[in-house]
Structure formats: structure tokens, C-alpha cells
Design a protein around this ligand. Structure first.
Ligand code: FES
Length: 138
């Protein structure tokens, strides 16, 4: 049975060969997500890309799946915890998941500002159109 060390949680556990790292982390009450991605994730279907982890050594897990190749650069060594299956002793860092969550929060803030600004502009344009046709809104 290979062992897995979760660096940030400072926890070492043993797990069965072929088990995915998300399941191993979950069984040991360790999160592989950052920020809001704890709730906003695809539950292990390999679709959201939010459970990014760094595995050392790279040979300790199965080869990259096509879903991982969509989300992660194969040269970066970043993997998706739900797709990477354990084959040997490994050291796991969730730093990429934390960085991804920060990036996502930044994008949400920009999106919220764009929504408020866009809504204001839309209201202004509608207001001006009604003024132009001689039927003021207020
Ligand atoms: S949980 Fe969504 S990609 Fe792994």
C-alpha cells in the first residue's frame, strides 16, 4: 500500500493502489480545493479543473487523462486530484488549487463589476430612448 503525504495539511496516510487522490483526501477529511471551489466543483468528474494538485514524484500517479490535458499543462506537473490515480508513494501539494481559487475570485470580482456597469449603461440607454421619443420614464 503506497503512502500519501499531504504537505499543507501535514498528514500522511496509506491508500490502495489505483485509488484517485481526491477520494484519498476526502476519506481523510483533507480538502483538495481552494476557497469557494469546496462547494463549486464537479464532484470528481474531471470537468471543473478546480482540484489541481502538484504530485512529487510525477511517476507516483497514473498517466494524465484527456480531461487533465484540457485543464493542465502536461509540462507543469499539475494534475487533477480526481483523475490522478496512485501507483506509488507520493507527496501532494494543493498550492495549484489555492492559486486557481484566488484567480477565480479575481475573475468573479471583475465579472460583478462588469455586470453592475453594464446594467447601469443599459438603464441609461433605455432612459434616453424614452426621453427621445417624448415619453419620459419618470
Ligand atoms: S473535481 Fe472537478 S475536475 Fe476534479
Amino acid at each position: 500500500m503506497p503512502s500519501v503525504e499531504f504537505t499543507e495539511a501535514n498528514v500522511s496516510v496509506t491508500a490502495d493502489d489505483g485509488q484517485d487522490l481526491r477520494s484519498i483526501a476526502g476519506k481523510n477529511k483533507i480538502s483538495v480545493y481552494g476557497g469557494p471551489n469546496k462547494f463549486l466543483n464537479c464532484r470528481g468528474f474531471g470537468l471543473c479543473g478546480s482540484d489541481r494538485i502538484k504530485v512529487e514524484p510525477k511517476s507516483a500517479v497514473s498517466p494524465m487523462t484527456w480531461k487533465e490535458k484540457l485543464h493542465c499543462d502536461p509540462k507543469s506537473g499539475v494534475r487533477l486530484a480526481c483523475q490522478a490515480r496512485l501507483v506509488d508513494d507520493a507527496k501532494i501539494s494543493i498550492e495549484p488549487a489555492l492559486e486557481y481559487a484566488d484567480e477565480m475570485i479575481g475573475n468573479l470580482k471583475v465579472g460583478a463589476m462588469a455586470l453592475v456597469f453594464g446594467g447601469g449603461m443599459l438603464f441609461f440607454v433605455i432612459f434616453m430612448l424614452f426621453e427621445l421619443v417624448g415619453k419620459p420614464l419618470f
